[in-house]
Design a protein around this ligand. Structure first.
Ligand SMILES: [Zn+2]
Ligand SMILES: [Zn+2]
Length: 96
């Protein structure tokens, strides 16, 4: 468990005045502290949680969902061991 100790507030990144991506400005996101940081390390100085440096690709997530849907449709008529293996993989990937 990563716990916020309040140290991250010292590194708190300002909200960009223009509508720019915070990640493009070099700000990093700590999920545990729920804060954007101006910090030059891969881990949060506060809780030690790994910092996110780019937006989680929602595209990838979506394409996986589409893949899952198409597999679901296919498996109605033809449930092979191969497709159930992908099912398992997609399920696991989405949980992360
Ligand atoms: Zn914190
Ligand atoms: Zn943190």
């Amino acid at each position: 468990m990563y716990l916020c100790k309040g140290i991250c507030k010292k590194f708190k990144a300002k909200r960009p005045s223009v509508d720019k991506s915070r990640y493009k400005l070099g700000q990093k996101r700590c999920n545990a502290c729920a804060i954007f940081l101006n910090y030059n390390d891969a881990r949060c100085p506060c809780c030690g949680c790994k910092l996110r440096t780019n937006p989680r690709s929602t595209k990838l997530r979506r394409s996986l969902l589409i893949q899952k849907e198409s597999i679901k449709k296919k498996s109605h008529s033809n449930l092979s061991a191969y497709s159930s293996e992908i099912w398992f993989h997609v399920d696991n990937t989405l949980k992360i």
